[in-house]
Design a binder for this molecule. Structure first.
Ligand code: AMP
Ligand code: ZN
Length: 466
C-alpha cells in the first residue's frame, strides 16, 4: 500500500495517514439534503469526496464509505430554527416529502454519474434509521448529556469538555455567538436539538419516548456513522461550512456516547464562489450541472475545472474560467486519446512516461494535490506521442476520473461547441442580464452567422448547433 498524507482539520496539520485496520479505510461523508437540485458548489464537495476515495483505492486500500441522504430534520437554519427543508419544499410543490426526496435523490445520483463520481459503498437514508436515532438520543439522556424541554430533547454542550475543538472556538465563544434563545427552556443558547417534538401540522413524525417527533439533523450523521462504520472510523468529510456547527455537534454527540474519540481525520472541502461571491437564488447565480450542459459545457470539463484547484482552496466559478478549463480539458484529452494508435515509445521516452506517471500518483498522495497531478499529465502529454501515454492515462483514470484516454465526441459527432462560440453566448447572456437588448440582439445575430441557435430559459439559455 502506498503512503498518503492528508490535512486534518482537527489538528490543523498535514499528517501521514494511518488507517485503523488496513487495508480497509472507513469513511463517512455528509450527503445532500434532498429538497432541491444540487448546485455546482455542492457538487464540488462530492468531487472532493470522490478524489479522496479514488486516491485511497488506487493506493491499495479497500474503502468502506457511507454517505447519508438527509430526507428529514434539516431545518432552514443550521441551528434549530425554521421549517424542515423537506416539508417546506413538499408544501410549495404540493407533493409529499417522500416524493420530493425521491425526485431530488434521483437527480443527485444522475449528477454524480455524469461527473464520474463513484458511489460510496453505503447510501444511508435518514428516514430508514429513525429507531437507531431514538436509541442514540436515549443513551445520551441516560448519560446526562440530553435534557427535555417543551419542544424537544437538547444536548447540553456545557457537559461535554471538548466542545469547540474542531473549529477551535471555546464554549464562551459558542455561547456568545449563539443567537438569543427563542426557546427559553434551553440551558445554554448554543445547546442544540437532538430530537424535536412535532407540531400537529408537521408532515413527518415518528413515535418516540418523548411523544411524536422527528430527529435533529446532527444526530442523523452520528447515528448512521456509528451504525455502518462502528464506534471508531478513519475519515469524515464535508464542506467547510459544516465545521463550526454540524461537525462540532457530531463530535459532541458521538464522543459523549462512546466516551472516546470517534473520527481520526476530519477533511473539509473549501467553498465554491460564483463571480467572487456567494451563490444565492436572489443573485440568480445558483447553477446546476444541467445549466452548464445546456450552455454547451461537458460535465467532465466541470470536473477538470474542480480538480484544477486544490480542495482546500476557494474556487471562484466564472464562465470565463469554465471556458478555459473546457478548452484545456478538450486539448489534453485530444492529445492523450490520439496516443491509442501511436507507435511504442523508445527507451528514453518510456522512462519519461513512467516518471510522469509516478509524479501524478505522488501529487495525489500528497493531500490530494490534483492541480499538480494535472500539471504532470500535461508534461506527459507533451512527450513524443506513444502508445504508453495512452496506457498510462487508462491506468491513471482510476484516480482522475476524467476519461482522458477516450476520443472526444466532437471528432465523431461535431457536437462540442468551440470555446469562442460559448464566449459569445456568455457575453450575450451578460448583456441580457443588464437589459442591453441591442448588444444581445447583435450577439445573437453573430451566433446565427456562425451556425448556432440560442434559446433563452429561466435559468440561462440553451446553445445548439443548427
Ligand atoms: P447541503 O445539501 O446543504 O447539506 O450541502 C451538501 C454539501 O455541499 C455539504 O457538504 C456542504 O458543505 C456543501 N456545500 C454547500 N455549499 C457549497 C459551496 N458553495 N461550495 C462547496 N460546497 C458547498
Ligand atoms: Zn453530516
Amino acid at each position: 500500500m502506498k503512503k498518503l498524507k492528508f490535512y486534518n482539520t482537527l489538528t490543523r496539520k498535514k499528517e501521514d495517514f494511518i488507517p485503523l485496520a488496513p487495508p480497509t479505510v472507513t469513511m463517512y461523508s455528509c450527503g445532500p439534503t434532498v429538497y432541491n437540485y444540487a448546485h455546482i458548489g455542492n457538487l464540488r464537495t462530492y468531487v472532493f469526496m470522490d478524489e479522496l476515495r479514488r486516491a485511497l483505492k488506487y493506493c491499495g486500500y479497500t474503502t468502506r464509505s457511507v454517505m447519508n441522504i438527509t430526507d428529514v430534520g434539516h431545518l432552514m437554519s443550521d441551528g434549530d430554527d425554521g421549517e424542515d427543508k423537506m416539508q417546506s419544499a413538499a408544501k410549495k410543490q404540493n407533493k409529499t416529502p417522500e416524493e420530493i426526496a425521491a425526485f431530488y435523490s434521483d437527480v443527485f445520483f444522475k449528477d454524480l454519474e455524469r461527473l464520474n463520481i463513484l458511489l460510496p459503498e453505503t447510501i444511508a437514508k435518514a428516514t430508514d434509521n429513525i429507531s437507531e436515532m431514538i436509541a442514540f438520543v436515549q443513551t445520551l439522556c441516560e448519560k446526562g448529556y440530553g435534557y427535555e424541554t417543551d419542544d424537544g430533547i437538547y444536548f447540553d454542550i456545557s457537559k461535554f469538555d471538548g466542545y469547540g475543538k474542531l473549529s477551535r472556538c471555546n464554549l464562551d465563544d459558542a455561547l456568545a455567538g449563539a443567537r438569543v434563545a427563542v426557546n427559553t427552556q434551553k440551558r445554554h443558547p448554543a445547546d442544540f436539538a437532538l430530537w424535536k417534538k412535532a407540531e400537529k401540522n408537521h408532515i413527518m413524525q415518528w413515535q418516540s419516548p418523548w411523544g411524536m417527533g422527528y430527529p435533529g439533523w446532527h444526530i442523523e450523521c452520528s447515528t448512521m456513522s456509528k451504525k455502518f462504520l462502528g464506534e471508531r472510523f478513519d475519515i469524515h468529510t464535508g464542506g467547510v461550512d459544516h465545521i463550526p456547527i454540524h461537525h462540532e455537534n457530531e463530535i459532541a454527540q458521538s464522543e459523549a456516547l462512546e466516551g472516546h474519540k470517534v473520527v481520526n481525520v476530519w477533511m473539509h472541502g473549501e467553498f465554491m464562489l460564483v463571480d467572487g461571491g456567494k451563490m444565492s437564488k436572489s443573485l440568480g447565480n445558483v447553477y446546476t450541472i444541467d445549466d452548464l450542459i445546456s450552455r454547451g459545457y461537458s460535465p467532465l470539463a466541470f470536473r477538470y475545472f474542480c480538480l484544477n484547484t486544490h480542495y482546500r482552496n476557494k474556487l471562484n466559478f466564472t464562465f470565463d474560467g469554465l471556458n478555459g478549463a473546457m478548452t484545456a480539458y478538450n486539448r489534453l484529452r485530444g492529445i492523450i486519446s490520439a496516443c491509442e494508435t501511436a507507435q511504442n515509445a523508445d527507451d528514453a521516452t518510456l522512462a519519461q512516461v513512467q516518471k510522469q506517471k509516478a509524479a501524478v500518483v505522488d501529487a495525489v498522495c500528497d493531500d490530494l494535490n490534483f492541480p499538480l497531478a494535472l500539471g504532470e499529465m500535461w508534461t506527459m502529454a507533451k512527450l513524443p506521442a506513444c502508445r504508453e501515454i495512452y496506457d498510462a492515462a487508462v491506468e491513471l483514470d482510476k484516480i482522475l476520473g476524467l476519461e482522458l484516454y477516450k476520443p472526444l465526441p466532437a471528432e465523431k459527432t461535431d457536437d462540442v461547441i468551440p470555446a469562442d462560440v460559448r464566449a459569445i453566448a456568455e457575453k450575450r447572456f451578460a448583456a441580457r442580464q443588464n437589459k442591453d437588448w441591442a448588444t444581445s440582439d447583435a450577439l445573437r445575430a453573430e451566433l446565427d452567422g456562425l451556425g448556432y441557435s440560442v434559446l433563452d430559459s429561466k435559468t440561462g439559455y440553451e446553445l445548439k448547433k443548427k
